[in-house]
Design a binder for this molecule. Structure first.
Ligand code: NAP
Length: 281
């Protein structure tokens, strides 16, 4: 881990660090952990890390060839991994995934709901592209909610389970040009906030992590690699730590006061953004 990343973690807060390896092993060894979006970026690195700690990782995404490569790498080093191709925007495919996974493994102990689609686009550029909204909704909200609707009954019946939602600080601080992405992420977060109290009494815990910039194939077209951000490996360590400590919410310490401020002063907050957009034209 580079010095830059250590400094960046300091800026995020003490919870944004790695768990002691022994504690991670105690939390996930022998557990069945389903990771969505495991073909790339944060999901791939998380699956590798959890498999090294003894979890049987179920790898899901659309690109089955990449999942197979990852599964082969994990099994070559003595880990356990099973790939499943699925498009989260296809409701029937999600239902088939749930049926297949439960038939193959009998249970899922934890879900890392990580798959995501990000779009940074102005309203003007979105004209004639309403599919931007429906696609982000499918991947970031409807697909994950459907997947959990299929897996939660088993967790609740067994009285144990953990859902980790890999989300973004766009949920706390919505900004111009991120409408479709932020709205879909906020929708899933709201869904979880309503569901969490119901499932908590059945022993199922929810963790939401609102990540800042993470350098992955998703962020590469929008953000320079020189900007301060986490690596996918560092993000995976944060997710792994969440499986150990089970916090309800992980956001950088400064985001919540900023969210309160921008909500109380919504008009000025939007006026400043509007001015910035005018300048940058
Ligand atoms: N990178 C950041 O700066 C950042 C910041 C905050 C939050 N996040 C969140 O972190 C999560 C992981 O993103 P990442 O940065 O690691 O991006 P990434 O490398 O682009 O990975 C995205 C993953 O989602 C999967 N996916 C996309 N569309 C899918 C679909 N229709 N059905 C099933 N799987 C689909 C992709 O697999 P296939 O293409 O193979 O289907 C891929 O494995 C996302 O939820 C993102 O919103 C990222």
């Amino acid at each position: 881990m580079s010095v830059t990343h250590d400094i960046y973690r300091l800026v995020l807060g003490p919870s944004w660090s790695r768990a002691a390896p022994a504690r991670l092993e105690a939390a996930v060894d022998g557990r069945v952990v389903l990771v969505t979006g495991a073909s790339s970026g944060i999901g791939a690195r998380t699956a590798e890390l959890l498999a090294r700690a003894g979890a049987h990782v179920l790898l899901t995404a659309r690109r089955l060839d990449r999942l197979q490569e990852l599964a082969d790498r994990i099994t070559a080093t003595g880990g356990r991994a099973t790939p499943y191709g699925v498009d989260l925007t296809d409701p029937d495919a999600v239902d088939r995934l749930v049926a297949e996974v439960l038939a193959d493994h009998g249970r899922v102990d934890a879900v890392i709901s990580n798959a995501g689609k990000s779009i940074r686009r102005s309203l003007t550029a979105t004209e004639g592209r309403f599919h931007d909204v429906t696609r982000t909704d499918g991947v970031n909200y409807l697909g994950p909610a459907r997947l959990l609707s299929g897996l939660l009954p088993g967790m609740r019946a067994r009285g144990t389970g953990h859902i980790v939602n890999v989300s973004s600080l766009n949920v706390d601080l919505p900004v111009a040009h991120w409408a479709a992405y932020s709205a879909s992420k906020a929708a899933f977060e709201t869904w979880l906030r309503c569901v969490a109290p119901e499932i908590r009494r059945d022993g199922v815990v929810v963790t939401s992590i609102h990540f800042p910039l993470v350098h992955t194939p998703m962020s590469a077209p929008t953000y320079s690699p020189r900007l301060p951000g986490l690596t996918a490996e560092a993000a995976a360590e944060v997710i792994a730590r969440a499986l150990v400590h089970r916090p309800r919410l992980l956001v950088p310490w400064w985001v919540r006061p900023a969210a309160v401020l921008t909500t109380l002063a919504q008009g000025p907050y939007e006026a400043v953004q509007s001015q910035v957009l005018r300048w940058s034209r």
